[in-house]
Design a protein around this ligand. Structure first.
Ligand code: ATP
Ligand code: MG
Length: 287
C-alpha cells in the first residue's frame, strides 16, 4: 500500500552516501496540483542492485511508514520503480542524522537531550498502541528536523526514519554488527521481532543521545560483540543514576521485564521536572 511516484517526476541531486543497503541522494519531486507545478525537496533511497532480492522488505518499510502518520515519524511520499531501480521517496530532513549532529556539536544541553528522548518515546508509544514493530531504532535513524533556538525558547524536533530491510531478512553478520542496538534475543531468532525488541533499541539510543552521539562498542569486531551479549554485559552506565536506571530497564536481557512506553514516558517526565536538580557534571562534556 503506497503511492507510486513516476520516475520522470524525480530530479536527482547530490549524493549523500551509502546506507546499509541503499545509495542515498538529495532530490526533488515535481507534481502538478490544481494546475500548478509544485517542487518538493526529497530524500531518495535507492536500493543497491546487489540487494535487489530484498525489494519486498524494502517496500514493506516504505509501506509501513506511508500508512501511519505521527509528527515524530518520517514522512514517506511513496516509491518509484524503473527497471531494476527501487527507490523510496521521503521528506528531506534538513539537519540530517542525530548521531552526526551530536558528534559535531559536542556540548548540547541536558534538557535538549531529554526533549529528544521524550519525542522518541512518544513515537514509540504511538507504534506500541498500533502494535507496530519498527525494528531499527538508533540515533543514526533519528533525523533532526529542527535544532533549537535558545533565543526563541524553542526545542529540537526529531523524526524517526524508516527501518529499512527487516531484521529477519538480514544476514547473521549484519545482525551481530547491530549490537548493542539489536535486542539480544534476535541473535538466535531474528524472526522473533516484537515490540519488546524496540524497547531494547530505545535504551541503546537514549544511551547514545546522552553520550553525545558516541557510537557504543565502536571498533569491536563481531566476535567481541557477540561475547558482549553472551555474557549479558551492559553499556557503561551514566553517572546520572535515574537515567542509567531507565536505560538498564530497557536493556534488560529478559525481554518481558522491559518497561511499557507509559512507564518510559513517566520516568522521562520525572527526569525533566527534576531538571533543576541536574548535577553540574551532567551538563559539562567529558573530555
Ligand atoms: P539503514 O537502513 O541502515 O538505516 P539508510 O539508507 O537509512 O540505512 P542511513 O545510514 O540511516 O541510511 O542514513 C544515511 C545518512 O543520510 C544519514 O547519516 C543522514 O544524515 C542522511 N539522511 C537519512 N535520511 C534522511 C532524510 N530523510 N533527510 C535528510 N537526510 C537524511
Ligand atoms: Mg537509516
Amino acid at each position: 500500500q503506497f503511492h507510486m511516484i513516476k520516475y520522470e517526476d524525480l530530479k536527482w541531486g547530490e549524493s549523500l552516501g551509502h546506507g546499509s543497503f541503499t545509495r542515498n541522494f538529495k532530490g526533488f519531486k515535481t507534481d502538478i496540483r490544481d494546475g500548478e507545478k509544485h517542487v518538493t525537496p526529497v530524500f531518495l533511497k535507492e536500493l543497491d542492485v546487489v540487494h535487489k532480492n530484498c525489494w519486498e522488505s524494502f517496500f514493506e518499510a516504505a509501506s509501513l511508514m506511508s500508512q501511519i502518520s505521527h509528527k515524530h515519524l518520517i514522512l514517506v511520499y511513496g516509491v518509484s520503480v524503473l527497471g531494476v531501480k527501487n527507490i523510496m521517496v521521503q521528506e528531506f530532513v534538513e539537519c540530517g542524522a542525530l548521531d552526526l549532529y551530536l558528534k559535531r556539536r559536542r556540548s548540547v544541553s541536558v534538557s535538549w537531550k531529554l526533549d529528544v528522548a521524550k519525542q522518541l518515546a512518544s513515537a514509540l508509544n504511538f507504534l506500541e498502541e498500533k502494535n507496530i514493530v519498527h525494528g531499527n531504532i538508533c540515533a543514526k535513524n533519528l533525523l533532526l528536523a529542527r535544532e533549537d533556538d535558545p533565543s526563541q525558547g524553542s526545542s529540537p524536533f526529531i523524526k524517526l526514519s524508516d527501518p529499512g530491510i527487516s531484521v529477519p531478512m538480514l544476514g547473521k553478520d549484519v545482525i551481530l554488527d547491530r549490537i548493542p542496538w539489536v535486542a539480544p534475543e534476535l541473535l538466535d531468532a531474528p524472526e522473533k521481532l516484537t515490540l519488546d525488541c524496540d524497547k531494547w533499541s530505545f535504551g541503546a539510543t537514549v544511551w547514545e543521545i546522552f553520550n553525545n552521539g558516541n557510537t557504543p562498542l565502536l571498533g569491536w569486531d563481531l566476535d567481541k560483540k557477540r561475547q558482549f551479549y553472551e555474557s549479558s554485559q551492559q553499556l557503561p552506565p551514566s553517572q546520572w543514576t535515574e537515567l542509567a536506571d531507565l536505560v538498564n530497564q530497557c536493556m534488560d536481557y529478559q525481554a518481558d521485564f522491559r518497561p511499557s512506553c507509559r512507564s518510559i514516558i513517566r520516568q522521562l517526565n520525572s527526569l525533566i521536572t527534576s531538571g533543576n536538580h541536574v548535577p553540574v557534571w551532567i551538563t559539562s562534556t567529558p573530555a
